[in-house]
Ligand binder design. Structure first.
Ligand code: PXP
Length: 242
């Protein structure tokens, strides 16, 4: 089975920093530490309201990282301008609602084709690898393919928050979407709500090439340190893959 990449999302280091203003803790320092602990990429979401990551963080991350930067962004002209200037390796298009606490659902690639198409096209033209953050649903996979995005990231939040038979059913949906997406020629990523406890069944899905994980890793760092939190995730992913 191919190696599964781990993208570490450092947004919530910035959340803690912003709770007091000032410079500490610095998400760029966390990103460099994450690189050293086995992150294959760093993910950061520059939200419209700048509640965690700032414009300056993106500039500093672009300069400091040796692994690829994945910029999560809403499909707006403002974010497109920023992405075209920052030139991250990848851009993940996410839906954004001001009132939400986190990205609650996938983007509607199917229903919003006309709005999304020029943004995806501009990013692809700039050689930025575009992924659509979607629900694990065949219609959304078809629509992402039609948009010309080479990658989709399957939203695992519903799976992560469910239990018992419901969790198994939602896992099956992710498996189906990953297998179907690969037949369309899409590269498959997944993420949201993943923890040391629930990552293995997702990591075992052969078609998935990358997981993006943030909130749990940063929270767990309070107890065991960021490097250990990431190393444990890496080990669990490798075990699931073996
Ligand atoms: N992938 C995407 C597209 C996201 O928006 C997020 C949350 O910012 C994640 C992955 C990571 O989710 P979590 O922080 O729950 O691990």
């Amino acid at each position: 089975m191919s190696k599964l990449r781990l993208g570490v999302n450092i947004d919530h280091v910035a959340t803690v920093r912003n709770a007091r203003g000032g410079d500490n803790p610095d998400p760029v320092r966390a990103a460099i530490l994450a690189q050293g602990a086995g992150a294959d990429g760093i993910t950061a979401h520059l939200r419209e309201d700048r509640r965690h990551i700032s414009d300056d963080d993106i500039v500093r991350l672009s300069k400091a990282l040796t692994v690829p930067l994945n910029l999560e962004m809403a499909a707006t002209d403002e974010m497109l301008d920023i992405a075209l200037k920052a030139r991250p390796h990848a851009a993940c298009i996410v839906p954004e609602k001001r009132e939400e606490r986190t990205t609650e659902g996938g983007i509607d690639s199917a229903g919003q084709h006309n709005r999304l198409a020029p943004i995806v096209a501009a990013l692809v033209k700039a050689n930025i690898r575009v992924s659509m953050f979607i629900e694990p649903d065949r219609r959304q996979l078809d629509a992402s393919k039609a948009l010309g995005a080479p990658v989709v990231e399957l939203h695992t939040g519903a799976y992560a928050h469910a239990s018992g038979a419901e969790r198994e059913k939602l896992l099956e949906k992710i498996r189906d979407a990953a297998a179907y997406g690969e037949t369309l020629g899409l590269e498959i990523h997944a993420g949201h709500g993943l923890t040391h406890d629930n990552v293995k069944p997702v990591a075992a899905i052969a078609q998935i090439r990358e997981l993006n994980i943030g909130h749990f890793l940063i929270g767990e760092a309070v107890f065991i340190g960021l490097e250990e939190s990431i190393r444990t995730m890496r080990r669990l992913m490798d075990e699931a893959r073996a």
